[in-house]
Design a protein around this ligand. Structure first.
Ligand code: B12
Length: 214
């Protein structure tokens, strides 16, 4: 199923993709796996865009398709994938897509999964300047700051956000995670984050680990 679904996403066959998603749910497949297949398809859309085989309309249509898929999957994610806990709030997380970047589909899924797993999420939205993160950390006193970004230029915005937290004397109070797109250990070091993740469950695992350790 997953390659058929990824193909339908790549070819932006929305009705077919949504049909396959519903079929997979009915068969009892893991919603996270269904999402992974779609994410895989979106990656290929991105590659085609980079090779000038696809253009902005396809990128936009792909984004809209995935938003519909995540609307279908969200209620299933809620009842499914949870890290064990007693149900009380695990802590606060300030989340946002960093300055210059407006990609929010993945960020929204990360925020949703963190909420489902008991965190209070303060979502600052997209294209968030450093000062807004600093103000939110000062006011809300979260344990974790989660920075999302898919563009290469987002790495510098992530880095300047961490630096702004350092200058404000707030960095020592929070753990910082980054994610989205091509983030890896090298970029995490460059940004001076505490960790990185390439999917929503890795965000949950990091946040749970960090808040338990405190
Ligand atoms: C859809 C899409 C768009 C849509 C976004 C719609 C929206 N509301 O988000 C639109 C059309 C608006 C768009 C615009 C642009 N895009 Co675009 N886009 C994509 C595409 C195809 C898919 C992104 C997506 O939604 N994936 C599905 C979600 C579920 O996956 P995800 O975002 O990766 O999120 C998951 C993980 O990354 C992780 N995660 C995400 N955030 C976080 C945070 C933390 C803390 C953690 C732990 C984990 C985590 O968990 C998520 C869930 O599993 C990507 C290709 C790709 N490889 O991703 C290109 C891509 C990101 N876009 C690209 C480009 C170039 C652009 C534009 C510059 C195009 C243009 N010429 O205008 C603009 C930039 C606008 C801006 N300033 O941001 C490039 C970036 C290249 C680069 N190296 O910088 C890519 C890689 C395509 C490519 N290969 O060329 N885009």
């Amino acid at each position: 199923m997953s390659s058929k679904l990824a193909d339908a996403v790549v070819n932006i066959m929305e009705d077919e993709a949504l049909r396959l998603v519903r079929e997979a749910i009915d068969e009892g497949q893991d919603p996270i796996k269904i999402l992974d297949a779609c994410q895989q398809g979106m990656k290929i859309i991105g590659e085609r865009f980079a090779k000038h085989e696809y253009f902005l309309p396809e990128l936009i249509a792909g984004g809209e398709l995935l938003k519909r898929v995540s609307d279908i999957l969200k209620p299933r994610l809620e009842s499914g994938k949870k890290v064990e806990g007693d149900g009380s709030s695990r802590g606060k997380i300030v989340l946002g897509t960093v300055k210059g970047d407006i990609h929010d589909i993945g960020k929204d899924i990360v925020g949703f999964m963190l909420e489902v797993n008991g965190f209070e999420v303060i979502d600052l939205g997209i294209d968030v300047p450093e000062a807004k993160f600093v103000a939110a950390v000062r006011e809300k006193r979260p344990q974790v700051v989660a920075l999302s970004g898919l563009l290469t230029l987002a790495w510098d915005s992530m880095k300047s956000t961490v630096e702004a937290l350092e200058r404000a004397g707030l960095r020592k109070n929070v753990k910082v995670m980054i994610g989205g797109g091509q983030t890896d250990a090298m970029i995490s070091d460059y940004v001076r984050a505490d960790g990185y993740g390439t999917d929503a469950m890795s965000a949950v695992r990091m946040a749970v680990g960090w808040t338990l350790a405190r």
